[in-house]
Design a protein around this ligand. Sequence first.
Ligand code: C2E
Ligand code: CA
Ligand code: CA
Length: 534
Amino acid sequence: MRKSLILACVLGFTALTVPIAAALHWASREALRVELSYAGTVADELLRRAIAARQQIYLALDTLGPARRNACSETTLSLMRELSMGLSYLKDVGAARDGRLMCSSMGLYRQGIALGPSDGRVSSGVRLWRDVVLPYAPGLHLNLYEREGWVVALQPDLVFDLALRDPDTTVAVLLGSPPMVIQSRGPYDPTPLARTSTVTAPYLELADHLLVLRHSPENNLTALVAIPRTGLGTRTQEQALILLPLGAVAGLLLVAAVALATRQRLSLPAEIRLGLKRREFHLHYQPLVDLQTGRCIGAEALLRWRRPEGTPMSPDLFIPVAERSGLIRAITDYVIDQAVRDLPMLLAQQPGFHLGINFSAQDLEHDGSVTQLLRRLREMQAPAGSLVVEITERNVTDARAAAKQIARLHDHGVQVAVDDFGTGHSSLSVLAGLELDILKIDKSFVDAIDAQAAASLVLPHIIDMAKTLRLLLIAEGVETETQADYLRERGVQYAQGWLYGKPMPLEALLDLLRTQGRAWAPRGRGLMPGTDHA
Ligand code: C2E
Ligand code: CA
Ligand code: CA
């Protein structure tokens, strides 16, 4: 009981925490997805514009062609005007000589405008001057690209003028490989990153920033968007506000389910007690067949419980609960009462009929159950020799007490069978100390006959041993003719299993005995229909 309570508490705690933890995890993943999607949209647009600007730069340079001596002729100036007017990202197009801008679409500069040292090469033959302010356009910050004396002035603002969600978003364009930051705007400095190879990744999670990168290998361009991780925290909180209540509700529902299941588990002994009072238990009988003649010579009483809501519950489930909660004595008394009450009817139909009933551990530890059995036999004037008590080694916790109870049964002519022999519940150690009459071979050994499994090697030894000890043998769980033939050939006397009949109500068993009385049934074949109705 204590164990179940602890288990229930652990289950309840898990049921509550797991959905909440899952909701939090989901919230942070969802927040990351939202942030990456925002940064990705910005990066896509930035890359699109950067590519367009680059294409315009090259278009202008290509149109102007190779270097010319009369680069500032009227015809060339008018071509420059056409280009700077027609290409949206370009502000000006001009010609330079010896590091000085000599003319542009805006006119001729007699002395020329000194360009100073360039910031580097962006591709073969193209040099770049960043953030240049020309004297004839004082308010404009331009990037100048020069090839073969032709100069193209680009206004980066036109590329970077994006509608951003947060002002602390950093946008940058990297060009060439190794990449060089040609323009960056925002609090994050991408210069150190540009020097590392990680710049090829689609996104990066840095200590304080989330980075999304979009690449255009054919243009040698990379658009970078950096957003502070603080935004991720805010977004996680927003998502958690939606998901946490859902997680909490799921957790509470699970806790309720655990509580319900636990209550049902905890209250099973109470239900058994009530079931006994309301006589919800009854016996079914599984036929026991003589393997030589195929006739039903007895039956095993198996308890059935039909609960008020109509659902049957297997004895494999409720018998262990009854054993643990001290209710098994009451159950055994109930079984004894019912079996001994039914016995005269069975004997009337077939003299010499044998009825087996199952005893549990506690039934052999004290006088009570045996005393009750003997008393009921006396009251019903039923022959004790028609009863077989089935025990397993599991039942024999106190061998001396069990030996005493078995002796009492023997004194009155009740036979004793060892059940589930060979499963570990019963073994040689039981046989050694106790006076037994019958050995029931467990179903697992019978199954092994068909399967040719290793267990089938053990079966002949069990049979030989039983013969040496002069024990009668009953094979349990016989389902096929092959199994029956094998057992019969090796001298096993009795069998029980679905081949002959499932556990059935008393009336069905009486019908079967009646039919059998009228006609001698053929050996072991389809003797009885299976009717295990609880
Ligand atoms: P058990 O005493 O070994 O009973 C035999 C079990 O094998 C029964 O299950 C029976 O229905 C099943 N069986 C019989 N022939 C076949 C077959 O050919 N194939 C298959 N697959 N199964 C077969 P059941 O009735 O569910 O009982 C399970 C266990 O519950 C019993 O095993 C016994 O240990 C316990 N039990 C049942 N009734 C009582 C009772 O009145 N008192 C006590 N203490 N235990 C009982
Ligand atoms: Ca049994
Ligand atoms: Ca058994």
